[in-house]
Structures are given as structure tokens and as C-alpha cells.
Design a protein around this ligand. Structure first.
Ligand SMILES: CC(C)(COP(=O)(O)OP(=O)(O)OC[C@H]1O[C@@H](n2cnc3c(N)ncnc32)[C@H](O)[C@@H]1OP(=O)(O)O)[C@@H](O)C(=O)NCCC(=O)NCCS
Length: 200
């Protein structure tokens, strides 16, 4: 019995490595000035210059900047407590597996957000999001963000920060090759890439 369980576990792990099924949701909200966005005393700042304490190599930081991405951080008592990258209009971004998106005109796309483990659960991500969508700095009128359907903490923070789902998508990769990538908008199924292309 033990041997059978172990073999089944091994098979499951092998299959898991061969077949990767991932799903996500694209969310949006208008950018507009709002009073009292975020936690009092927490400030949003753009990290325009590389610092060694950032969790990215200098090359990666520069590469992202050159591809129209800016790093924002939320500062509490001048200490960074949450980070998020923002891709500007025209940037080409990867969404999931082979699915990509060109950020539409007058929009920005928030991605690769992280709250270091010691600061999690204090509303810092929500505060970063709220300040981003109420900032006039970007000149944009629409904020977009994508989230893995299994990321409960992120989904909760995004909903509390006012983001609404636009559509959901699913991609299946077998042995490194995408075999299916579909999106569901208003109960209509289409090829995921087509729907993302229509946003531009
Ligand atoms: C997702 C992440 C950025 C959230 O950061 P955070 O600063 O802790 O987020 P917030 O405190 O603003 O909000 C998280 C909410 O989810 C809740 N939460 C946390 N873990 C949860 C879980 N496993 N299940 C349900 N809710 C959860 C928190 O209690 C909080 O809700 P509340 O305000 O009602 O208490 C952080 O967990 C992280 O860095 N994760 C790894 C990277 C990642 O997944 N990035 C997502 C990019 S879209």
C-alpha cells in the first residue's frame, strides 16, 4: 500500500512537471484623484535610480526601465514596505505563458508587486495600489493588473483597492508547449491572445 501511494505521488509530481495549467484574471479601474488614498503617513515614490538593497539585479532593473517599466515603492517612515512595477502605455508585457499584452494608450499595467514577508497583512499592498490609481503622475486614465486565480491575498487586496474583473483566462502548457490559451469575457470564450490584442 505504501509503495503504491509513493508511486502515485511520484506520478503526480511528474505529471505536474509535464502539464502546467494556470489561470488568471485581468482587472481594471479608472485612474482618478481620490482623497485619503491609502494608509496615513505612507508615501508612494518612484525608484528611478538603482539601489543595491532592491531585490533585483542592476541589469534586470535597467532592462525593465528600458522597456518602459518604472518601479514604485511605498515608504513608511522612509522605509520601503511594498514594491510594484508599472508598465507604461505602449510597453509589451508578458501575462501568462505565451500570452502578451501591449499596454493601451492612456493606461498603465501594474505587475510584479511584492510586500516583503515581515510587512505582509498590514494593508501596504492595498495602499500602494490606491495611491497608484489616484496619482496624476502617470498621465493615464486606466489602471490594469493581472492576478493568478489562486493568489487569495493579492485578489483580496486588489478588490479592496477597487479593482474590478475585466475577463479571466486560462493557459495549458504541456512539455513546455502551450496547447490551449482561452479567455472568458461575459460568458463568451475566445482565444486569449485575441482578447488581449483587442485592448490595445
Ligand atoms: C500579495 C501580496 C503583495 C500582498 O501584500 P500585503 O501587503 O500583505 O497585502 P495587504 O495587507 O494590502 O492585503 C492582503 C489581504 O489579504 C489577506 N490575506 C493574506 N493572506 C491571505 C490568505 N491566504 N487567504 C485570504 N486572505 C489573505 C490579508 O488579511 C489582507 O486582507 P485584509 O486587509 O482584509 O486584512 C504579498 O502577499 C506578496 O508579496 N506575495 C508574494 C508576491 C505576489 O503574490 N504578488 C502578487 C502580485 S499581483
Amino acid at each position: 500500500m505504501k509503495t503504491l501511494k509513493r508511486s502515485l505521488g511520484l506520478l503526480k509530481r511528474k505529471l505536474g512537471r509535464m502539464v502546467e495549467i494556470k489561470a488568471g484574471i485581468l482587472l481594471h479601474q479608472p485612474v482618478a484623484a481620490r482623497e485619503g488614498a491609502g494608509i496615513p503617513g505612507a508615501q508612494l515614490a518612484r525608484a528611478s535610480v538603482y539601489r543595491p538593497d532592491l531585490d533585483y539585479s542592476k541589469d534586470e532593473f535597467t532592462r525593465r526601465n528600458l522597456r518602459q517599466n518604472d518601479l514604485y515603492e511605498l515608504l513608511v517612515d522612509r522605509r520601503p514596505v511594498c514594491f510594484g512595477w508599472v508598465a507604461r502605455a505602449g510597453a509589451r508585457v508578458g501575462i501568462l505563458h505565451d500570452i502578451q499584452m501591449t499596454v493601451p494608450d492612456r493606461a498603465f499595467y501594474i505587475w510584479d508587486c511584492v510586500t516583503p514577508p515581515e510587512y505582509r497583512g498590514r494593508g501596504y499592498f492595498q495602499s500602494l495600489l490606491k495611491q497608484l490609481v489616484s496619482s496624476r503622475d502617470t498621465g493615464a486614465n486606466l489602471a490594469l493588473v493581472a492576478v493568478d486565480t489562486r493568489n487569495t491575498a493579492s485578489r483580496k487586496a486588489l478588490a479592496k483597492a477597487g479593482f474590478q474583473p475585466l475577463f479571466s483566462y486560462l493557459s495549458i502548457r504541456v512539455l513546455g508547449r502551450v496547447v490551449l490559451a482561452v479567455a472568458n469575457r461575459g460568458h463568451r470564450l475566445s482565444q486569449a491572445q485575441i482578447l488581449f490584442d483587442q485592448l490595445a
